[in-house]
Design a protein. Structure first.
Length: 362
């Protein structure tokens, strides 16, 4: 891995290998947090340091300007959308090896005018795809949503996004996903309803479409089993098997180096058609850890603060400050203490400690 102190020529894509192929192969894509000072201004050094961490930890890309980055970066009084997008892609270009593909995904949200502007910004900065959130369009019909998606797809390749209602998403019908899958410029879909029925809606819709759309888990409550499961459907009398090839996850914003190792183990096990008891055990451990980080006991109220707390303990963040609510929920600290104690093999504290000074060097 290139040193984060020495910039290499701008090249996020390996020669002869497209980002689309890279995404379809399946990658670890952390949802990028926002580093703030105590005064709630952007901590540029630590924001860059986080991107360097994800590159060195073995991620295959990052998603920036998404829920984990905090939607409030778009507020007129905050104005951080462009700066955080620019910082992340600058670091990816400078520090990812020139023969390594690294996917840059930008969050896109809001009504069509706003989403179009965000997509145009991301495309102009060199982002590979837009993760399109429909959470703010709660009253729109399927036809209105699809028209919205087609408009954005004309600007930037789409990473579809099924966000759970508990953190601002909305329920989306099977019909919606079936027609969404026909949009030519859809590269992938992040499935994050935290609901098995709705997860199957998306996968079956893609299976019926027959289109080469990469499926990514965003189901932080079921990460490992999503990656290990063959999804089999009978389509027009023929057996069709799909799999979830990667993850775009807030959970992978922490302990990322160990997450990348586990991801490789899942891919190897799926390919060998041999799922070990160890992987099933780790599936439970990862879900238990996520419950602590994401504050499932309090309806995810502390989901961003919990991730920040882990990064603070590792030294990657100075504090857990957020643009809005930035306190851990009652007993959330104790829950994070517990999963640290019970699952020491899941954290990458030693990896971070060895490289932290380098990542935080301007």
């Amino acid at each position: 891995m290139a040193s984060s102190k020495s910039a290499k020529p701008s090249a996020a894509v390996a020669p002869g290998h497209s980002v689309r192929e890279h995404v379809r192969a399946g990658q670890v894509i952390p949802a990028h947090p926002l580093a703030l000072t105590e005064s709630r201004s952007l901590d540029e050094t630590r924001q860059r340091g986080l991107t360097r961490y994800y590159i060195d930890a073995g991620a295959g890309g990052v998603a920036v300007g998404v829920h984990t980055t905090q939607f409030a970066i778009r507020d007129s009084g905050v104005g951080l959308l462009r700066p955080v997008l620019e910082l992340a892609i600058d670091e990816a270009r400078a520090n990812a090896e020139t023969d390594r593909t690294f996917a840059m995904i930008a969050g896109v949200c809001g009504p069509t005018a706003q989403a179009s502007g965000e997509a145009e910004l991301a495309a102009a900065l060199g982002y590979d795809a837009g993760l399109l959130s429909l959470g703010g369009l709660g009253s729109a019909s399927d036809d209105e949503l699809l028209a919205h998606c087609r408009t954005i797809a004309e600007i930037i390749p789409l990473f579809g996004f099924y966000l759970q209602p508990a953190v601002g998403g909305r329920v989306l019908s099977y019909r919606f996903w079936r027609e969404f899958s026909e949009i030519e410029n859809v590269v992938a879909i992040k499935i994050a309803p935290f609901n098995r029925y709705q997860t199957l809606d998306v996968i079956r819709a893609v299976a019926e479409s027959g289109r080469p759309i990469a499926l990514y888990t965003g189901n932080d409550d079921n990460i490992v089993m999503d990656l290990l499961t063959p999804f089999v459907f009978q389509i027009n009398g023929e057996r069709k098997e799909l799999r979830i090839v990667g993850g775009l996850l807030g959970h992978w914003a922490v302990w990322t180096q160990k997450a990348a190792e586990l991801f490789r183990d899942c891919h190897a096990a799926f390919g060998a058609k041999s799922i070990s008891q160890d992987l099933i055990r780790r599936s439970v451990e990862v879900t238990d850890s996520n419950a602590a980080f994401f504050d499932a006991a309090n309806h995810f109220a502390g989901c961003i603060s919990g991730l920040h707390e882990v990064l603070r303990r590792q030294g990657l963040l100075e504090g857990i400050w957020c643009l809005d609510q930035d306190n851990l929920s009652r007993h959330q600290k104790e829950e994070i203490d517990r999963v640290y104690r019970d699952y020491p093999h899941l954290n990458d504290d030693d990896f971070v400690a060895q490289r932290l000074d380098e990542w935080l060097t301007p």
